[in-house]
Design a protein around this ligand. Structure first.
Ligand SMILES: *[C@@H]1O[C@H](CO)[C@@H](O)[C@H](O)[C@H]1NC(C)=O
Ligand SMILES: *[C@@H]1O[C@H](CO)[C@@H](O)[C@H](O)[C@H]1NC(C)=O
Ligand SMILES: *[C@@H]1O[C@H](CO)[C@@H](O)[C@H](O)[C@H]1NC(C)=O
Ligand SMILES: *[C@@H]1O[C@H](CO)[C@@H](O)[C@H](O)[C@H]1NC(C)=O
Ligand SMILES: *[C@@H]1O[C@H](CO)[C@@H](O)[C@H](O)[C@H]1NC(C)=O
Length: 482
């Protein structure tokens, strides 16, 4: 490679609203996977061919149950519909067959079998009562949720009207979720959709039909590999069903449904929360397999200079002396790859491979750091924390990095390193007490610290952080690169 540095494109990584809102589902758990496996094996011994269907159904019921906490299971048993109740419904499960009107996103719990007469004649909104409404996006901020397509559960109206006829029978359950919300921002895409989707769908072992409301083709294209690893079927866009050629496939029938996605914590999976037994270690293995990433060990490639990926934000939270930073990093022996483009980063196929080969990922607080999910084990994340952003830096990226088994270093800038000192006196609360600015209103704080702040890194002080990173990947002394 010629030159000391490769510069990958230009443009920017836009960070969405990092609203300071916690979602914590504290739920207990009742499904016992070991017991279930034993039961399954016994039934297989009894009669393998005959039991196949039975096993599938039992398996399916257990899968549904694994998504709910103890408290919600009695409701599921009595009504075949249950939602997680902990923080207002964010996920609902139906275990019996359902009919989904993909135009209105009404889910009917049938009271009668599918009528034999193919002459469909009902208006989609006729009687029936909404018994549950849910907006299937895993970020519980109310004004955001308002933008998410609601999904409604209803019981089929009684005898006098004809029952809905299934226009299409699926042999698997449906999983309904949204690609609205903050999709477009890598952090939010992984945090609210991809990790929760993994968590929610994995137990079905790809035998599940995804229905994506607020269908975003860019999202589907970007995460195509992940979506097709998690489901054997092409993602269904309910809106495309309103189109004439498809208009006879409006009502689709499924072996039960899940609406909404399970969320544990920011970029994290907690193995003791339902669905129990998952972890970020497993998720990262899944990513490695899905993107065909080599299981590199960041500490090992002794022969070559370690690769450092520097995420160079272009609009907000920019490094004002990036060249000096790169120079210092190269002096320490890193091969520095500066990534300036969100376009580069959104080509996950290629970018994940670059991240997997690097030993150290460096960036200011922002969505680009989400790429830590692709890092090799033993790799180091260095987050540069701007003024006033200690909390989101720790909660969105720092703690998750540690929990997924990476090494994490934080470089908190001093007031002199923030561009805000150019506009505000040191005694001004903007500089001396960022908490008080956020206390006046989240959007005020967001504008000041997330949108209006750039960073002039103190090279001398930052050098010791980078030296620590070098030590963590097993390089004790600076190398001469060439
Ligand atoms: C994981 O979940 C359990 C049970 O809800 C909780 O006690 C524990 O604190 C959680 N761990 C983390 C790291 O959040
Ligand atoms: C299993 O079921 C099949 C199909 O009903 C039957 O022919 C076979 O005899 C059964 N085998 C055993 C071991 O019960
Ligand atoms: C459909 O229902 C409407 C209103 O009940 C009725 O007037 C119409 O004849 C029905 N059409 C068919 C094809 O059954
Ligand atoms: C309607 O659906 C068909 C089949 O899915 C598709 O090929 C066609 O492009 C769609 N037409 C429009 C106008 O969306
Ligand atoms: C990576 O390499 C280091 C240093 O040789 C070693 O201590 C560590 O166990 C390795 N990790 C993995 C996951 O192989």
């Amino acid at each position: 490679m010629e030159g000391h540095r490769r510069v990958v494109c230009g443009a920017t990584q836009v960070i969405g609203l990092l609203a300071f809102i916690f979602l914590f589902y504290t739920q207990s758990f009742s499904f016992d996977p070991i017991n279930f496996l034993l039961r399954k094996q016994n039934s297989l011994k009894r009669n393998e061919t005959m039991e196949e269907v039975g096993v599938f159904e039992e398996n399916l019921l257990s899968s549904f149950k694994s998504l709910l906490s103890d408290d919600d299971l009695p409701t599921l048993d009595t009504t075949s519909l249950a939602c997680n109740s902990a923080t207002g419904p964010s996920l609902c499960v139906t275990t019996n067959p359902v009919k989904i009107d993909t135009v209105t996103m009404e889910i009917y719990l049938p009271t009668r079998p599918d009528p034999p007469n193919p002459n469909r004649n009902f208006s989609v909104n006729e009687d029936g009562q909404i018994i549950q409404l849910i907006r299937p996006y895993a970020w519980g901020q109310l004004d955001l949720l308002k933008t998410i397509t609601p999904v409604k559960f209803l019981r089929e109206p009684p005898q006098q009207t004809p029952a809905r006829r299934c226009d299409f029978h699926h042999k698997v359950p449906a999983l309904v979720f949204s690609s609205g919300g903050f999709a477009g921002n890598l952090f939010h895409e992984f945090n609210e959709i991809i990790i929760p989707l993994y968590l929610t769908s994995r137990v079905f072992r790809s035998r599940i039909q995804f229905i994506l409301v607020d269908f975003n083709p860019i999202f589907v294209n970007k995460f195509n590999r992940i979506l097709s690893s998690l489901s054997d079927f092409e993602v269904l866009n309910p809106n495309s069903n309103t189109n004439f050629t498809n208009s006879n496939k409006i009502v689709r029938c499924f072996h039960g449904s899940v609406v909404g996605l399970k969320f544990h914590s920011f970029l994290s999976i907690n193995s003791s929360e339902v669905p129990k037994g998952n972890s970020m270690i497993e998720f990262r293995k899944f990513l490695g397999k899905t993107y065909d990433l080599k299981s590199e060990n960041a500490s090992i490639s002794v022969s070559k200079p370690p690769i450092l990926v520097l995420i160079s934000r272009r609009k907000t939270r920019r490094f004002l002396n990036e060249d000096e930073m790169v120079e210092m990093m190269e002096e320490l022996g890193f091969e520095v790859v500066v990534v300036k483009s969100s376009k580069t980063m959104s080509d996950l196929d290629r970018f994940s491979k670059l991240v997997r080969t690097c030993s150290v990922l460096v960036g200011a607080h922002g969505a680009g750091l989400t790429n830590q999910v692709f890092l090799a084990e033993e790799a180091v994340v260095v987050q540069v924390v701007p003024l006033g952003l200690e909390w989101p830096s720790a909660v969105y990226f720092g703690e998750p990095a540690v929990r997924m088994g990476l090494r994490y270093l934080e470089y908190r800038i001093g007031t002199d390193e923030s561009s805000l000192v150019d506009s505000f006196a040191r005694a001004n609360p903007v500089i001396s007490d960022p908490g008080s600015v956020f206390a006046k209103g989240y959007f005020l704080g967001k504008e000041m610290y997330l949108d209006k702040q750039n960073i002039r890194v103190d090279i001398g002080r930052f050098k010791s952080t980078m030296g620590e990173a070098l030590r963590l990947i097993g390089r004790t002394t600076p190398l001469s690169t060439r």
